[in-house]
Design a protein around this ligand. Structure first.
Ligand code: HEM
Length: 144
């Protein structure tokens, strides 16, 4: 079920989020070295990633690609996903209003989770267990 998009969230904000996020990724000691050999043109990567996120959040349909296939050959594990999501969480909080940040964090968590499962990495690592506080997530526990 698509989630309602906050009226104030637009492509320009997503471009700012992507811009700041990848500046951090690039400088990050764990993530940066994975991108270095593959991404020569960071401006082009940011344009691609803005089209990805605007397709996810604003349903623009600009992105056509296969993210899982691009990640499968990468030398990455759960720690890379944790770090990626921590930086995404931090940047969304800096750039977006609370509602939009929560939406974008939720999307990234779900997509990242799907990717980890698709890559055969530990699939059970979610939300709080990955060190990311998720207010929206609630687990129903029934005791009988
Ligand atoms: C929620 C988590 C993630 C999402 C949503 C995501 C999304 C994407 C997307 C959409 C692309 C573009 C694919 C294309 O060319 O069409 C991409 C590329 C890339 N991602 Fe991720 N990614 C995630 C996590 C990671 C992590 C943890 C790493 C590890 C450092 C990573 C490294 C890369 C690299 C190196 C590329 C460029 C690949 C290439 O050009 O060959 N990503 N990502």
């Amino acid at each position: 079920m698509p989630q309602p998009t906050p009226a104030q969230l637009d492509e320009r904000q997503l471009a700012t989020l992507v811009d700041r996020f990848y500046d951090k990724v690039r400088a990050d000691p764990l993530l940066g070295p994975v991108f270095d050999p593959l991404v020569n043109d960071w401006d082009a990567h940011k344009v691609l990633m803005t089209s990805f996120w605007s397709t996810v959040a604003l349903r623009t349909g600009h992105y056509r690609g296969n993210p899982l296939a691009r990640h499968q050959p990468l030398p990455i594990d759960v720690a890379h996903f944790q770090r990626w999501l921590a930086l995404w969480h931090e940047t969304a909080g800096e750039v977006l209003d609370e509602e939009s940040a929560a939406l974008m964090i939720g999307y990234a968590e779900r997509i990242g989770y799907g990717m980890r499962v698709g890559m055969g990495l530990s699939g059970h690592l979610r939300g709080r267990e990955s060190g990311i506080p998720i207010r929206a997530r609630q687990t129903a526990i029934t005791t009988r």
